[in-house]
Ligand binder design. Structure first.
Ligand SMILES: O=C(CO)COP(=O)(O)O
Length: 254
């Protein structure tokens, strides 16, 4: 991982409660896991205010992230949540284009790019999630899928868009299936993604952190994180078990 500070991000999706927030933050604090790595927590939006308060008293280093966000500033958009609302409850990062948003809620790459821009405009660090489906991989179209998802952001946000941003490779076939990508397959995709950034801006490609997501668990984290272009992970299911999450964080330090 070299010069890049590892990141381990918890994505609770539509799970968790106040008790889990407290247990999670205590486990992270007790383990000292946040030394030398960035630990990110994204509980459901309703828990963020509580999480901020608990974070400030239990484990100040933990970064809060929103799981999704409106591309718009404010106004008559029932049920939507804006960048400013998330900043108000202590968020500094936001996930853009998680595969569940793309596939279950029909978010297009163009909409994802608008959200990415909105995050940057408001001083939030966007975590752009990209990844191919199983069918795309079988047809040899994995890299063209990644290219189109990343190009959509570059086209709208410009060539320096990945300064102060994070990328996450999350192959759809590995999310929630228990079948993580092999370290070789993940590394190949991460190298490809870093190469795309390098083609625009060499310096940015050396600094940008690219996270792997999809069935990361304590048993496979170390091997995945030891790949040269994998700078940490975006953790779903295993982040709901504080002990497992802490173990994954320790693997990112090794
Ligand atoms: O979607 C993910 C993180 O954003 C990964 O989820 P799982 O770790 O449950 O596969």
């Amino acid at each position: 991982m070299g010069i890049r500070k590892p990141v381990v991000a918890a994505n609770w999706k539509m799970n968790g409660n106040k008790q889990l927030v407290t247990d999670f933050l205590k486990a992270v604090a007790d383990s000292g896991a946040s030394t030398n790595i960035d630990i990110v927590l994204s509980p459901p939006a309703t828990l963020l205010d509580f999480t901020q308060t608990q974070r400030d008293s239990l484990c100040k280093d933990v970064i809060l992230a929103a799981q999704n966000m409106s591309q718009l500033d404010n106004g008559a958009y029932t049920g939507e949540l804006s960048a400013q609302l998330f900043k108000d409850v202590g968020c500094n990062w936001v996930y853009c284009g998680h595969s569940e948003r793309r596939h279950k809620y029909g978010e297009s790459s163009k909409l994802v790019a608008k959200k990415f821009i909105q995050a940057k405009k408001n001083g939030l660090v966007p975590v752009l999630c990209v990844g191919e489906t199983e069918e795309e991989r079988k047809k040899g179209k994995a890299f063209s899928r990644l290219t189109s998802q990343i190009e959509a952001v570059i086209n709208l946000a410009g060539k320096d868009c990945f300064d102060n941003a994070i990328l996450a490779y999350e192959p759809v076939w590995a999310i929630g299936t228990g079948n993580a990508a092999s370290p070789e397959i993940a590394q190949e995709a991460h190298k490809f993604i870093r190469g795309m950034v390098a083609a625009m801006r060499q310096e940015c490609s050396e600094n940008i952190r690219i996270l792997y997501g999809g069935s990361v668990k304590p048993e496979n984290a170390k091997e995945l994180f030891s790949q040269p272009d994998i700078d940490g992970g975006l953790i779903g299911g295993a982040s709901l078990k504080p002990h497992d999450f802490v173990e994954i964080c320790q693997a990112a330090k090794a």
